[in-house]
Design a protein around this ligand. Structure first.
Ligand SMILES: [Fe+2]
Length: 408
C-alpha cells in the first residue's frame, strides 16, 4: 500500500495544531480508502482565454515552453486547443471562449474581482489527475462531501465529459478533474466537438517553434516544475488539506518568507515521479490578513494579488536544463534570447550556484495573466526556492501588479 505519511518535513513555517492533527488523519484515511492508490499524476492543465487570444497565447507558449500544438476541438461555446510535450508530461487544454458575452461560473469568479474582471474569461481552471477507476474515485470523494459538476453541466461548459470535474474550491477557486487512462493508452478528451488542425493556429505555432530553434533555446527549456496558487491568508491550511484530500500528493513543507509577509507551501506526489511528470503544487499565502495590515504596515503583495484577482494560479514554473551555453548559464541564455523578442521579465535572474538554484519571473502574459517562472537547479538540489529568491520574486511581481492595477 502507498503510504502518504512519514516523508521528511522541509521548511520553517509553523502550522496550527489543527493542521498537523488533521493532516495526519486525512492522509491515513486517504491511504486506507484506496484513494492514494487510485489517484495518480497530473495529466493535464486547463486554461481559458478571451475570444481571439488563443493563437497569440499558443505562439507565446511555443516560444517560452516545450509545448507543441496538437489539435483543436470545436464545440458550441469554445475552441479547445490541445498542447502537448509528450505522454510523460501534462497536456495543456487551452480553451478560447467564442462569444465575449458568454457567462459561466468561471467568468463569475473573475467578475467578482477588480483585476480579474478586466479579462473576464481568462483564468486557469485546474488540473486533471489520472485515476485507475474514475467511478470508484468519484463515489468515494462524493461520499466525503466533495462536490462535482454533473455530466450535463460539463457538457454545457464544453468541458470533456470523460473527465469528472469538481466544483471550484472555496479556497483556491481551482477545480480538480479525474480522467481514467489505461497503460499505453493515448490521452483523449471527448466529445468536445469537431477535431481538426486549424491552419492559422498551426502557422503561428510553427513560426514560434522555428524562432525557438533559431534562438537555440528549444533543448534548454524542460517541462513544468511546479504550479503556484495564491490564496487568502486565512485559507492557507484549508487549501493544503483540500488539495491533499483530492490528490495523491503529500505535504512537503512550508517556508516563512518574512520579508514579504507570506509563506510558500509545497505538496509533492507520493509516487517517486520527477516534477516533469507530475509538477509540485505550491500554495502561497500572506502571513497576516489585509484587515490588520494598517497596524503593522508590512508589505503584502500576496494578499493584494488575491484581493485583485481572486484566489487563483499565479505562475507556471518550468525547469531549465543545468549547464552553460555560449559562456552563460543556461537560464541567462534562455532569458536573454526570449527578452530579445520583446518579452519582459520582472527582474534579473536571482540566486546562485552556491545556493542551489537560479530563478526568474516573466511579466504576466497579456493573454492568460499567468507568469512563467524559469528555474535552473545545480547538482542534486531538491528545493523549489531560496528564501531570498522568493522574497525578491514576490516583491517584483507585487510591484508589477500594483503598477498594472493603477493602469486598469
Ligand atoms: Fe515558483
Amino acid at each position: 500500500m502507498l503510504k502518504s505519511t512519514g516523508f521528511a518535513r522541509n521548511g520553517d513555517k509553523a502550522n496550527s495544531d489543527f493542521f498537523e492533527t488533521y493532516l495526519q488523519r486525512l492522509l491515513e484515511a486517504r491511504d486506507r480508502s484506496g484513494l492514494t492508490a487510485m489517484i495518480g499524476r497530473i495529466e493535464a492543465l486547463m486554461i481559458t482565454v478571451e475570444p481571439g487570444n488563443s493563437i497569440e497565447y499558443i505562439a507565446e507558449l511555443a516560444l517560452m515552453t516545450p509545448y507543441h500544438y496538437l489539435v483543436t476541438l470545436d464545440s458550441p461555446r469554445h475552441l479547445t486547443h490541445i498542447l502537448r510535450i509528450d505522454m510523460n508530461s501534462p497536456d495543456i487544454l487551452l480553451r478560447e471562449v467564442k462569444n465575449p458575452d458568454y457567462y459561466d461560473i468561471f467568468r463569475n469568479l473573475n467578475d467578482l474581482h477588480p483585476s480579474g474582471s478586466k479579462r473576464p474569461h481568462s483564468r486557469y481552471l485546474g488540473e486533471v489527475l489520472r485515476v485507475s477507476d474514475r467511478k470508484a474515485v468519484l463515489e468515494l470523494q462524493q461520499a466525503r462531501e466533495f462536490r462535482f459538476f454533473s455530466p450535463d453541466a460539463l457538457e454545457k461548459l464544453d468541458l470533456p465529459t470523460n473527465v469528472s470535474i469538481s466544483k471550484p474550491s472555496p479556497y483556491t477557486q481551482n477545480v480538480i478533474g479525474y480522467i481514467e487512462r489505461a497503460v499505453d493508452e493515448v490521452r483523449v478528451y471527448h466529445p468536445l466537438g469537431k477535431c481538426s488542425i486549424l491552419p492559422r493556429v498551426q502557422d503561428a505555432y510553427q513560426m514560434a517553434k522555428e524562432l525557438q530553434k533559431k534562438l537555440n533555446i528549444g533543448d534548454l527549456i524542460l517541462p513544468i516544475d511546479h504550479l503556484a496558487t495564491r490564496v487568502y491568508s486565512q485559507n492557507r491550511e484549508a487549501a493544503l488539506l483540500e488539495y491533499l484530500a483530492l490528490s495523491s500528493y503529500y505535504y512537503w513543507g512550508s517556508y516563512d518568507i518574512h520579508d514579504q509577509n507570506s509563506s510558500t507551501n509545497v505538496c509533492k506526489s507520493v509516487r517517486p515521479l520527477a516534477e516533469s511528470e507530475s509538477p509540485a503544487k505550491v500554495f502561497t499565502a500572506n502571513n497576516l490578513p489585509y484587515c490588520v495590515n494598517h497596524l503593522d504596515g508590512l508589505p503584502s503583495p500576496t494578499e493584494n494579488f488575491v484581493r485583485n484577482y481572486g484566489a487563483r494560479l499565479h505562475h507556471i514554473a518550468l525547469s531549465i536544463k543545468d549547464g552553460e551555453r555560449d559562456g552563460r548559464e543556461n537560464i541567462e541564455f534562455v532569458v536573454d534570447a526570449i527578452a530579445s523578442q520583446g518579452k519582459d521579465f520582472l527582474l534579473e535572474v536571482v540566486g546562485s550556484r552556491e545556493e542551489g538554484l537560479k530563478q526568474i519571473f516573466s511579466a504576466a502574459s497579456p493573454f492568460s495573466a499567468l507568469i512563467i517562472e524559469y528555474v535552473q537547479r545545480y547538482g542534486d538540489f531538491q528545493g523549489f526556492f531560496t528564501r531570498e529568491n522568493v522574497a525578491l520574486l514576490t516583491e517584483a511581481a507585487g510591484i508589477e501588479e500594483s503598477f498594472a492595477g493603477k493602469l486598469l
